[in-house]
Design a protein around this ligand. Structure first.
Ligand code: SIN
Length: 484
């Protein structure tokens, strides 16, 4: 049975919004071992190498399987796959759909296949609200509300979490606003370990036109030669990294963040690289620009970083098992260790495909458990005003650059909101990010501490239970006394 977080199948999922495509070693100059090598390098010392090799090896077959299901990946005139180049990939290896429509094209094909499968029951309009604990430890199913608001406790021997991101907890995000780390809260309540929650990836080129969520300008534009310039037309990445605009995503995001913060401005200039071909080659970005009154054929696009992807999540093995009997997690809400501290562009859809398949295969052989469900009510919802305060504080204190004092203030706000509103799922997920970021007194990949700008010699994962995250209470330094 498939339960949804949106009203219709596919609604509220980040997959449908993905622009770039799916990374896979499909080119004649490429190989899975090169793809794994780039994945491991981007992850800044924290990638599980065995998981990265599994991911890269399985990539080409996943593209073939999706294509056979009807996902319209582009091909060149000679029949080979059309491949885009994205940052920190040593080869062009991103299989794309209609320029920047990969997520929508893949999702449409998958939805059609799911709807046609007689063994899959879809509860559209139902909203999953929490997990049912089992008396013997473990998960006994899901509590959900139907379209009319009636509660149902659905017992299941095995439950798979695939709720996506937590970036909706940030004031500026490229993901659906409903992506608020529900899986982290639900799994942690049943005793699951949350791994590397502090590693949030900020996309450097969200279109900065005041929309929430912010529309994305895909990295494939930079792969085509679009440049990042300041208000005076100067390419500011040139002095920052040898790969300039195609430097790893965290490097580009920090450079754009500093431009915006210091008022020098950041713009993506695709006039020379794409120009008049923009509407055909990047229709989603073109439409978002035109809706904001920008014509990217003749004007640079204002950009700013936005929370885009969560590398951390519910710790799982490479089959999606969380260690909690009956509970599995796949896709962005899981942490297999494949992304380490910094995900390589377009590895996210591939991760969902590869580890989703592995989980399904493992589940096909999982023995049925005898369930002893324990009555439990879903957590309270965070009221809109409190969520607004949390999102603003997450962006300010746990954003592209963090420091110990800001993270302590964030944890204090989470405590205050929890005392007022109860332990809402959004507060648990935010607490994991703040606790992990405050404990990691170094900078690595997507986590940059301005008070600890170097990495430490030994790369280590953060692994926290809910009790451990609740126990993190850093010291807030007093405000400096005004000078006499
Ligand atoms: C993009 O198209 O720039 C996003 C791709 C990704 O996040 O992997």
């Amino acid at each position: 049975m498939v339960l949804l977080t949106g009203a219709r199948l596919g609604e509220g999922s980040s997959t449908g919004w993905a622009q770039g495509g799916v990374a896979a070693a499909l080119g004649p100059d490429d190989s899975p071992s090169l793809h794994a090598r780039d994945t491991i390098a981007a992850g800044a010392g924290l990638v599980d190498e065995a998981a990265a090799h599994l991911l890269a090896e399985a990539g080409p077959a996943e593209i073939e399987a999706l294509y056979a299901l009807g996902a319209p990946f582009e091909r060149e005139a000679d029949g080979s796959w059309a491949l885009s180049r994205e940052a920190a990939h040593s080869r062009a290896r991103v299989a794309r759909v209609k320029g920047d429509q990969a997520g929508a094209g893949i999702l449409a094909a998958l939805i059609e296949a799911v709807q046609a499968a007689p063994h899959i029951e879809i509860r559209e309009g139902w909203r999953a609200a929490g997990l049912i604990p089992d008396e013997q430890g473990g998960c006994a199913g899901v509590t959900a509300f139907d379209a009319g608001g009636a509660r149902h406790d659905l017992l299941a021997s095995d439950t798979v979490l695939a709720t996506g991101s937590l970036c909706g907890l940030y004031g500026v995000t490229t993901t659906p606003a409903s992506s608020q780390g529900q899986a982290l809260a639900w799994a942690a309540r049943l005793g699951a370990v949350i791994q590397d929650p502090e590693f949030v990836q900020f996309h450097p080129t969200a279109i900065d036109v005041g929309r929430d969520p912010a529309p994305l300008a895909t990295e494939a534009l930079r792969g085509e030669g679009a440049t990042l310039i300041d208000a005076k037309g100067h390419r500011f990445l040139r002095g920052v990294h040898s790969q300039a605009e195609l430097a790893p995503r965290d490097v580009v995001a920090r450079a754009v963040h500093r431009q915006v913060k210091t008022g020098r401005g950041a713009y993506l200039d695709a006039r020379a690289a794409v120009g008049d071909e923009f509407p055909e080659r990047f229709p989603a970005v073109f439409a978002a620009c035109r809706a904001a009154g920008i014509d990217p054929r003749v004007a640079p696009i204002p950009v700013a970083p936005a929370a885009h992807y969560h590398m951390g999540g519910v710790a799982t093995d490479t089959e999606g098992f969380t260690g909690v009997p009956g509970l599995w997690a796949v896709g962005e809400c899981a942490s297999t260790g494949v992304h380490g501290a910094n995900r390589l562009a377009s590895n996210s859809l591939l991760e969902g495909l590869v580890f989703g398949r592995r989980a399904a295969e493992a589940l096909a052989n999982a023995p049925q458990r005898t369930l002893k469900p324990v009555a439990a009510d879903p957590a309270p919802e965070l009221p809109g005003e409190a969520l607004g305060a949390l999102r603003a504080a997450m962006a300010m204190q746990a954003g592209v650059e963090r420091d110990g004092a800001g993270l302590a203030r964030l944890l204090e706000l989470i405590d205050t909101l929890e005392a007022a509103c109860g332990e809402a799922d959004a507060l648990i997920a935010a607490r994991f990010v703040a606790a992990g970021a405050s404990m990691r007194t170094e900078s690595r990949g997507g986590h940059f501490r301005s008070d600890h700008p170097s990495d430490s010699a030994v790369a280590a994962h953060t692994r926290l239970t809910l009790a451990e995250a609740r126990a993190v209470h850093p010291h807030i330094p007093p405000l400096a006394e005004p000078a006499e």
